[in-house]
Design a binder for this molecule. Sequence first.
Ligand code: BGC
Length: 422
Amino acid sequence: MRFTRRAAVAAVGIAALLTAGACGSGDEGGDGSGSTKVEVFTWWADGGEKAGLDGLVSAFGTACAGQTFENGAVAGGAGANAKSVLASRLQQNDPPDTFQAHAGAELLDYIDAGQVEDISADYDSWGLKQAFPQGLIDNLTVDGKIYSVPANIHRANVVWSNKKVTAAAGITTDPKDLTEFFAALDKLKTKGVTPLAIGKDWTQLMLFESVLITDLGPEKFTGLWNGTTPWTDPGVAKGIADFKRLLTYTNKDRDALDWTDAEKLVMDGKAGYQLMGDWEAADLDAKGFKDYGFFTFPGNGTTFQWLADSFVLPKGAKNAEGTKCWLKTVGSAEGQKAFNTKKGSIPARTDAAPADYPKYQQAAMADWKSAKQVPSCAHGAGCSQGWQGAANSALGAYSTKQDDAALTKALVAAAEQFGKKK
Ligand code: BGC
């Protein structure tokens, strides 16, 4: 059962899933404390992430008079610090009123652990089944119930560039495949800048996933997470070899850097490129950096590697009523616009007007409709938190030792441990 549900989430692009019915349990969180504070737990503490959160908070203020937002953000890209703080709070029965959880396999962890409430009935009363694409609704539905409200769709497989730096190195077009990418990286190297900026483990996992999409193709890449592609596939070995070569173009202090530190290398003209999710667009905008370019990771073709931030009603939330107003705001047209215009992501709702959005999101909205969708493991769409942790550790170890056999072994073991029914 566990494997089947995880496989279903990982196996399909959002647009492709079949409908499953939903029914509400009417189960409410809350201890009747009468609190009017809504503690919102995220890892959006700075830059474009904070700007997005601020937008949502302002929509919440308008829609939920009498309720007060309380910021429970714990800084650290991809929730590297927040997720462990959250895990211990949940274990101690001290949940925030709501928390950020990635749609897909990561959300299943919380559902399987019985830590979040079924909000299917609210979906009906807020009209969310009509607002989100059917594929997303299906992706969020587990055994006929829905447990979270998606705020957005992010794209993971994007390369960001400092246009002045790449132009100075004589790079005139965006590389379309790995051969062209290596040629561009060589040009940057000759100029004495870091060709490809990167940070610690999870950022390395993102780069590795992008390389795997190129070397396996989207279907076989998705198969890595649903068990139909073995991690011993020759495409994975090629991916490791290409990834190893890419690492030679990166900054040596990578294991000590968060994504924003690597981004700063690009902004400061010390690096040419960085692979990062499209929260980078919002962050560069928030920091006033204008000379950036973006393109899909070379060789990924039209593949859109997706992830989605969503919010839940935890079991035992002190202010279930206020939290529901937060969730309703997150799913509303106003909330999605206030959030996504600042966050670099695109709205999960289908009724948004592209003209309301910055240039990057307009391109992403168009791609989302036509591109092949694959899930991100680094951001919880394709793999559980346990699997993600194992993959991050494997990549972290690889960064130091560059041992191909050890990396393959660790990835095979992680798939065996977390990809199948225990
Ligand atoms: C989240 C994004 C966030 C990024 C970097 C991802 O896991 O989904 O909302 O911007 O991490 O912190």
